[in-house]
Design a protein around this ligand. Structure first.
Ligand code: ADP
Ligand code: MG
Length: 444
């Protein structure tokens, strides 16, 4: 709801930056064109006179300081601070922030492909759909970006198709206008922001916002990429809210793999603690496989072929980010596997499965052994205590004092322990009888 209030907020018409089409802004930027208007100000395409060749085009986001309330100025500063810390190929790059002619300005990377919302509308109007591999690729890019943010304890808070930009067909998360740094050890902050379509049930119910709420929004984006429609729709704000809070979890059409649908369902779990984290989703075998094969291949090829886009660097950074996730050994093995015939691959898969099973069995056996060992040790000391207590009854007062000091076990402790596991005591108990007797004899 706040979003709607923000949308009607008066923004000064005499934006000073727009009058500097001929002059340099901050001694290096020249206005090229207006890209649009955001909640806090106007967005321009600028040319950076000090940038390297081919990297001149940037975005200037202008926020008129005069129009901003003090807390909003803080917010703008926070956006700048937040962005300056982030350096990831799936996140819109922040270059600089400064105050010029009563305006707070942020310079970011220019994404020529506009935002994902535009792209979705374009496809919808043309009656097209995104290919499955395209969706997975984009989804993985978003997961890597979100994981990078969350690892740094940063929440986006307003993940939506409109805040995701396209550059050389790569997705980049942008607009951290409503992001917040997580406060200390507390993982929750409770500000009510964003459009309703992507809002999680807990955010709508004011039950706090955490990393899992970003995951919900990302689930909504995944759905939208597949279906070109919002995951939760309605005629008005309230009907959307009701669907999110109480409605059924939407499913992907049958043409999509059930594994992808399962990922979507887990992300749209009404209970945030049951939703997986971005890191966990990246580890799901179905996603991990595509991360290793598709994304890496695609980006490597792109870096080789698409030199005109000057995106080798970009691709190299993505490959780097991906490679961090993929162990070198795994890569080597992967290339070996790719050379194999289907029969050989099947054999390898079976062998791997058998190995996995053997590993699990070994682990189980080890656990059981440790468990038994622990239990035997426990029983040994219990039997010893039991004998000590028996001895107590027959010994003189002096001995009993000595025993109490050396063995601070009360009869009550013994009873409660013995009472808990009466049947389990039998066999191992007999096994370790001799030792406590010896100890007890010392006191006789
Ligand atoms: P809001 O505050 O409403 O989220 P934004 O500041 O995100 O608005 O964007 C306003 C307009 O500028 C939108 O049309 C958006 O597509 C465009 N825009 C914003 N950032 C970029 C960018 N880095 N590259 C290209 N276009 C952008
Ligand atoms: Mg935006």
């Amino acid at each position: 709801m706040l979003k709607f209030q923000e949308a009607v907020k008066h923004v000064s018409g005499s934006a000073p930056i727009s009058t500097c089409s001929e002059t340099l802004i901050a001694r290096r930027y020249v206005l090229q064109q207006k890209l649009g208007r955001g909640s806090f100000g106007t967005v321009y395409l600028v040319s950076d006179k000090k940038a390297k060749q081919g990297e001149e085009l940037k975005v200037l986001k202008e926020i008129s300081v005069g129009d901003l309330k003090p807390n909003e100025t803080v917010e703008a500063n926070l956006e700048a601070q937040l962005l300056s810390k982030l350096d990831h190929p799936a996140i819109v790059k922040f270059y600089a922030s400064f105050v010029e002619r009563e305006s707070f300005c942020i310079i970011t990377e220019y994404c020529e492909g506009r935002d994902l919302d535009c792209k979705i509308q374009e496809y919808k109007e043309a009656g097209k759909i995104f290919t499955e591999s395209q969706i997975i690729e984009w989804f993985i890019q978003l997961l890597l970006g979100v994981n990078y943010m969350h690892e740094r304890r940063i929440l986006h808070r307003d993940l939506k198709a409109k805040n995701i930009f396209l550059k050389n067909n790569l997705l980049k998360i942008g607009d951290f206008g409503v992001s917040r740094l997580l406060m200390g050890s507390c993982d929750l902050a409770t500000t009510f922001t964003g459009t309703p379509y992507y809002m999680s049930p807990e955010a709508l119910k004011h039950q706090g916002y955490d990393t899992k709420s970003d995951i919900w929004s990302l689930g909504c984006i995944l759905y939208e990429m597949c279906c070109l429609d919002h995951a939760f729709t309605g005629h008005n704000f309230l009907s959307i809210v009701l669907k999110i809070v109480e409605g059924n979890t939407p499913s992907l059409p049958d043409k999509y793999p059930s594994k992808l649908n399962a990922v979507l369902h887990s992300m749209l779990n009404k209970n945030p603690s049951l939703r997986p984290s971005a890191a966990e989703i990246l580890k799901i075998p179905y996603i991990d496989e595509q991360l290793q094969q598709n994304v890496k291949c695609k980006f490597t090829n792109m870096a080789l072929k698409d030199k005109t886009f000057n995106c080798q660097q970009e691709a190299a950074r993505i490959v780097n980010a991906v490679q961090k996730k993929v162990h070198l050994q795994t890569l080597r093995e992967l290339s070996e596997v790719q050379k194999m015939t289907p029969r050989e691959r099947m054999r390898l898969r079976k062998l791997n499965a058998a190995d996995e099973k053997a590993k699990k069995l070994k682990q189980l056996a080890e656990e059981k052994y440790q468990e038994n060992l622990k239990r035997m040790q426990e029983l040994r000391s219990r039997n010893f205590q039991q004998l000590s207590i028996d001895v107590l009854h027959e010994s003189d007062e002096q001995t009993s004092k000595h025993l109490i000091q050396s063995q601070p076990v009360t009869a009550l402790d013994y009873i409660s322990i013995g009472h808990k596991e009466p049947s389990e005591n039998e066999t191992p108990g007999r096994l370790c009888m001799s030792e406590p007797v010896e100890h007890a004899e010392k006191f006789l």
